[in-house]
Design a protein around this ligand. Structure first.
Ligand SMILES: NC(=O)c1ccc[n+]([C@@H]2O[C@H](COP(=O)([O-])OP(=O)(O)OC[C@H]3O[C@@H](n4cnc5c(N)ncnc54)[C@H](OP(=O)(O)O)[C@@H]3O)[C@@H](O)[C@H]2O)c1
Length: 284
């Protein structure tokens, strides 16, 4: 049996749907069954589980051989993921496929990159087989800007003209499914990027084509981006973390195009142009 955590999120939903389409026995761990309608398919075993309640992890992990580990990035993420690694080890899980992040490093100035690296080390130390997926900034992350794109035909971020090799979540999901269902991905670290490094202004140009109207990108100071994130309800720790991420992008540390998608799946990663075309309706 495979277990997918974070199963109601952007990656988890895509992963569960792919596994169900291949008729692979899959259990999806969700906090609340009522919010899991997108993955409530006849061949998906939905189980309630909460990273903050370790006893629920043990029942979710019963008879599980391989598990996909993902939480959202909060100040609790490291502790939640370490608790899951412990529970998985106790339950006899053979392999963990962890959604990490491009440039994960215990010494990074970026808090998200540090916590991902700490969890990667704990999985390695546990003796369970592992596959680490280290995606760059998600193309679907642009959907966070959809309200200003819909209302002002504009979006704003503190990134200047730095390029980022953004990756499509659908490629991350394909990589996760390959690692969960095929032999040969054990001990691998896949750096998942898109096929092209792009500035946010270049993404705006491609979105303009897909949406058939002019979308502008404007660089803003980090303090203004921080205010913007708080105004949409993001907690302080997360907003500070996202600003650290953007400082890392601004230093051009996330522009490299790497071959992780090809190595994991055997196919070329999706272009931003294809993402913009396929998601155009969601930008309003
Ligand atoms: N955004 C990017 O560009 C980017 C780039 C690289 C790496 N990453 C990494 O990607 C991860 C986020 O992936 P995502 O965007 O797919 O996540 P997401 O859409 O935010 O989904 C998070 C999932 O975690 C679940 N969850 C949250 N707290 C939980 C708890 N206490 N117990 C059980 N489940 C819980 C949520 O369930 P509910 O439905 O119950 O809330 C949801 O299913 C983070 O680790 C981040 O560092 C992000």
């Amino acid at each position: 049996m495979l277990l997918v955590t974070g199963a109601t999120g952007s990656n988890g939903t895509e992963i569960v749907k792919r596994l169900a389409a291949q008729n692979v026995p899959v259990r999806a761990m969700v906090r609340n069954r009522d919010r899991a309608s997108a993955i409530a398919l006849s061949n998906v075993d939905i189980v309630e589980g909460d990273f903050d309640r370790p006893e629920t992890l043990l029942s979710a992990l019963m008879n599980v051989d391989r598990a996909f580990l993902l939480t959202n990035s909060t100040e609790h993420a490291e502790a939640q993921q370490l608790a899951f690694v412990d529970a998985a080890h106790q339950s006899g899980v053979k392999q963990i496929v962890k959604l990490s992040q491009f440039a994960a490093d215990v010494h990074s100035p970026v808090r998200f990159l540090r916590y991902h690296a700490v969890v990667e080390s704990a999985i390695q130390a546990s003796g369970m087989a592992y596959t680490f997926l280290r995606p760059n900034l998600f193309m679907q992350g642009l959907l966070n800007f959809r309200s200003t794109i819909a209302n002002q035909n504009a979006f704003y971020a503190a990134i200047n003209d730095a390029k980022v090799s953004v990756v499509d979540v659908r490629d991350i999901a394909d990589s996760a499914v390959a690692a969960l269902t095929e032999a040969g991905h054990e001990g691998k670290i896949y750096n998942l990027t898109g096929p092209q490094p792009l500035t946010h202004a270049e993404m705006a140009e491609q979105l303009s084509v897909a949406l058939d109207r002019q979308i502008e990108f404007t660089d803003i100071p980090p303090e203004a981006m921080h205010d913007q994130l708080l105004s949409i309800g993001m907690p302080d720790w997360q907003a500070d973390g996202l600003l650290e991420d953007y400082a890392h992008y601004r230093r051009n540390e996330a522009a490299a195009v790497l071959s992780g998608v090809q190595e994991a799946t055997g196919k070329e990663p999706c272009s931003f142009q294809a993402f913009a075309r396929d998601y155009a309706k969601m930008f309003g």
